[in-house]
Design a protein. Structure first.
Length: 368
């Protein structure tokens, strides 16, 4: 049987730095576990713009459609801030999500025991935290029409439109209920049905899908602003949270900081099943290109490494190998290995990006 195929799009800023550490893990999998991938690489974001004048070349888009999974680093950076909106690095990522129809974005926030005292919240609030945010990723205000900057009378007006169809809500709700059944069997749906019609429809459709197909799963609804408050007050009340594109963007950054650092949070963006039965998929850390630390060897590669672990689990049916990678990360953190973003006020000596990668490879070796 052919090897599973993986397209790596390292992108900009710290993207290539953290991806270099993932490549060490991929090489280790081949050498020590006999798990070999057909890896190809290409450009996305600012680096693609520099090479081709577009943040995502059509050939790259076609490659992404053809592989078993895409692994992305990060896009963007100050160098590209003044570019026309249509060719900004972020448009490349949004095109991938939209054209691959990756409607279900899984953003887990898990607290590793070794980092429980590192969160800005009290230890008992955070210890043992394991929640999953399911963010709708291909619709809502990110893509709704009309949009643009127009002139009305003698002033400019900026317009974006929040738009959700029933079927878009239903499919992401199903993916949240399916996940909940494999976890704590609880879903909390967040919107603002008190002020938005799209929120009213969201709440109705999630409830209908629940009542018809997932009555065994516990469902609650919350306004997204109250949800943000509850996430910081007592996050362990949640199991799976399902929410729209924009609220999911905000709430997942918030959840990331519960666990200590944006540098820890992976994500999987999943679409409909392909011919092989696995979902179309793109894996990426939640963090961005971190221009403030790019090129300095300071970035934490764990979010990107854990994103690869999610690929092992969701795209390649290698749950055991995924757990092996996650346990190696856990061991390294328990041993006190820390990149700069994980240093508390007590200080200490941080390791570099590549030293963190090496430590995780050593922990993988020790797992054999
Ligand atoms: P960011 O996530 O890049 O950085 C926010 C803060 O977190 C910075 O202080 C950064 O140093 C820190 N940080 C992020 N990742 C880290 C890591 N792995 N290790 C250590 N520290 C880390 O967000 P931003 O500054 O708002 O955005 C910078 C650029 O990235 C923008 O162009 C933005 O559009 C883009 N962005 C891209 C993605 C993506 O590619 N998926 C996601 C978010 C932001
Ligand atoms: C994310 C990012 C992206 C988003 C940007 C870079 C397009 O913030 O993946 O969370 O807003 O979805
Ligand atoms: Mn974001």
């Amino acid at each position: 049987m052919a090897n599973p195929s993986l397209l790596i799009l390292a992108g900009d800023g710290i993207g290539p730095e953290v991806m270099a550490e993932v490549k060490k893990i991929i090489a280790w999998m081949g050498d020590k576990r006999g798990v070999t991938f057909d890896v190809s690489e290409d450009l996305v974001g600012g680096c693609a713009y520099d090479a081709h004048g577009t943040p995502l070349h059509d050939d790259t888009m076609a490659k992404a459609q053809a592989v078993d999974a895409v692994l992305l680093g990060a896009v963007g950076g100050p160098k590209y801030d003044t570019l026309d909106f249509s060719v900004k690095p972020e448009r490349g990522l949004l095109r991938l999500r939209k054209e691959m129809d990756l409607y279900s974005n899984l953003r887990p926030a898990q607290c590793f025991d070794a980092l429980a005292d590192f969160s800005s919240l009290k230890q008992d609030v955070i210890a043992g935290l394991d929640i999953m945010i399911v963010r709708e990723l291909t619709s809502g205000v990110y893509f709704g029409e009309p949009r643009g900057i127009f002139t009305e009378g003698n002033e400019r007006v900026g317009i974006n439109t929040q738009r959700y169809t029933e079927s878009e809500i239903a499919r992401v709700a199903r993916s949240a209920f399916e996940l909940a059944r494999k976890r704590g069997n609880k879903v909390c749906s967040m919107e603002k049905a008190n002020v938005m019609e799209s929120g009213i429809l969201w709440r109705q459709v999630v409830q209908e899908i629940h009542d018809k197909e997932y009555a065994d799963v516990e469902l609650s609804h919350m306004y997204a602003d109250a949800g943000a408050m509850q996430l910081t007050r007592w996050p362990k009340q949640f199991d799976v949270i399902v929410t729209d594109n924009l609220f999911g963007d905000l709430l997942s950054d918030l959840a990331a900081m519960l666990t200590g650092s944006l540098g820890m949070l992976p994500s999987a963006s999943l679409g409909a099943p392909m011919a092989n039965g696995r979902p179309k998929a793109l894996y990426e850390p939640v963090h961005g290109s971190a221009p403030d630390i790019a090129g300095q060897g300071k970035a934490n590669p764990i979010a990107c490494i854990l994103s690869f672990a999610m690929a092992l689990r969701y795209s390649f049916d290698m749950g055991d190998e995924a757990t092996r990678v996650e346990s190696a990360v856990e061991k390294v953190l328990a041993d006190g290995v820390r990149t700069a973003d994980l240093m508390g006020p007590a200080g200490g000596t941080p390791v570099s990006t590549s030293q963190m990668g090496d430590a995780i490879v050593a922990a993988l070796d020790a797992s054999l």
